[in-house]
Design a binder for this molecule. Structure first.
Ligand code: PLP
Length: 500
């Protein structure tokens, strides 16, 4: 089956997967969704013998139907290689009755690597297929993890340049060190005086600036996005849910056809939506438990039907989830509308003008397989401590938000399904907060980030991956800071001055 992609806001043009990947966002500001959902063409039993790369091919071939087998296998093999510190790519860990799906074994120690290690290959292949001659400039706003993962993916990739904006005070010391030491000659990293939503809005505004696009095109450049709105990021994230299920099947943890639930620490709604897409292609997932930190805009939405971004923005110890506009939710809203793009576009217009929208009864009913919860800062810390005390397993702050919410959900006894918790970052990446959870004020005895990491290595009886160690004494190469209304100017100058 040939899959075409349509905009969630009604743009009439249907595009191929490769075109959707190149564009990132549709011309009308909507997100690309498959016109129809494909189904897995092998049974889950048949997938049992496959490794991660082979599973990835079985899933991605369903969505990226204009890629040849050779192209897709090349992209997959280039992405999921020794960059990951384990041959399994995504190991499963049982702890305290929950199954943790460890998505943080890539080069930047967070789950963004799962998609961003393949996106550059998908993009360059797409450019070739579509006869694009211009250099592709990747513009990215990051709440911490996307930035480095995108830099790692696109670093020195021929035919591309990358600019990353991050909120100056909104990322962890480790995340910042990862980004400002980036060595790629085609890369630029800039702090903005603002929060993640400011950065994301700035990037969106640059993307929809037709004048700038025309000027740059003439000079040989086109923009694309590595943010999680790109369908080329969403589809690779479906893979690990399929892989995890099959692995549980293989180990006897579940029996054929058994339903499971997933609990995902959520920010931009990409990861949990990928789980939802996995269900669409035939994976027996019953419920999606959406876990938020104190920026609980999604929790409130699932409870009330009103999405209201007008609220105080909190900086938390799970910074990659500090988001008030969850862009990927639009794809779910579109689905809840029965693929009525005009209706979805109206909600999105309300969101940008009034800062909120309310879905109707019928749409709320369609949400029955979603559950939601949130964890306060204290809940998050106590979840880390509790899992460690019971099992010796150390989880990071984002995973802890999900662990807390999964526990609450489990206690409600809505079902007896096994629960997969998406473990989205390595605890080493947020060593300060994790240590505070484990040792309380004892954590204050450690001054540098690296001392904290060393202590954490002892407590967790695991080693910091080599890739992470490399940034320790690396030279800081990116020191630029700009105001949020200067982003466009900065981008234009960098590109025209040939800095990428
Ligand atoms: C990005 C990120 C999240 C949130 O994922 P979304 O797909 O944006 O919902 C959660 N945890 C970590 C560590 C992340 O980097």
């Amino acid at each position: 089956m040939d899959i075409k992609y349509v905009s969630t806001r009604g743009d009439k043009e249907k595009v191929t997967a490769s075109q959707a990947i190149l564009r990132g966002i549709a011309p009308d500001g909507g997100l690309y969704v498959p016109e129809n959902f494909p189904k897995l063409d092998k049974s889950l039993e048949e997938l049992k013998g496959l490794n991660y790369r082979e599973t990835a091919y079985e899933v991605m071939k369903l969505f990226f139907t204009d890629f040849t087998e050779e192209e897709l296998k090349y992209c997959i093999a280039s992405a999921y290689d020794e960059k990951f510190d384990t041959e399994e790519i995504v190991p499963l860990k049982e702890a305290d009755g929950l199954t943790y799906l460890e998505l943080f074994h890539g080069p930047t120690l967070a789950f963004k690597d799962m998609a961003l290690s393949i996106l550059p290959y998908l993009m360059v292949t797409s450019a070739k297929k579509n006869g694009i001659k211009e250099k592709i400039i990747i513009l990215t706003a990051t709440s911490g993890d996307t930035g480095k993962a995108a830099l790692a993916g696109f670093s020195d990739v021929e035919g591309t340049g990358i600019i990353v904006f991050y909120p100056k005070d909104g990322v962890s010391p480790f995340q910042k060190q990862q980004m400002v030491t980036e060595k790629g000659r085609n890369a630029s990293v800039i702090a903005i005086e603002g929060n993640f939503d400011d950065a994301q809005n700035g990037v969106k505004a640059i993307f929809s600036d037709k004048e700038l696009a025309a000027e740059l095109k003439e000079k040989g450049y086109v923009f694309s996005s590595a943010n999680s709105i790109n369908i080329g990021r969403l589809v690779p994230q479906i893979v690990y849910y399929v892989y995890a299920y099959v692995k549980m099947l293989k180990s006897g943890g579940i029996s054929p056809g058994e339903k499971i639930d997933v609990c995902v620490p959520t920010g931009n709604f990409g990861n949990i939506l990928a789980a939802n897409f996995a269900k669409e292609i035939g994976l027996p997932i019953e419920r999606f438990v959406c876990a938020s930190n104190t920026n609980k805009v999604l929790y409130d939405f699932f409870k009330s039907g009103t999405y209201d971004r007008q609220r105080e923005f909190a900086l938390t110890i799970s910074p990659s989830m500090d988001i008030l506009i969850s862009s990927n939710l639009e794809r779910l809203i579109y689905k809840l509308c029965g693929s009525n793009a005009a209706k979805n576009a109206e909600f999105m217009r309300e969101l940008s003008i009034d800062g909120k929208y309310t879905v109707d009864e019928a749409m709320m009913k369609e949400l029955r397989d979603f559950e939601a919860g949130f964890a306060t800062e204290d809940d998050t810390l106590s979840a880390i401590k509790s899992v460690y005390d019971k099992t010796g397993y150390v989880i990071d702050t984002h995973t802890a938000v999900a662990a807390f919410v999964a526990n609450e959900y489990r206690n409600k006894k809505i079902s007896n399904n096994k629960i997969i918790v998406a473990a989205t970052a390595s605890p080493f990446k947020f060593a300060g907060s994790v240590l505070k959870a484990l040792e309380g004020t004892g954590a204050d005895n450690f001054n540098s980030e690296w001392d904290k990491i060393a202590e954490l290595e002892k407590l967790s009886k695991t080693k910091l991956p080599k890739a992470a160690l490399a940034i320790k004494d690396a030279e800081v190469r990116h020191k630029e800071v700009c105001a949020k209304d200067e982003m466009k100017q900065v981008v234009r100058t960098k590109i025209l001055d040939g800095k990428l």
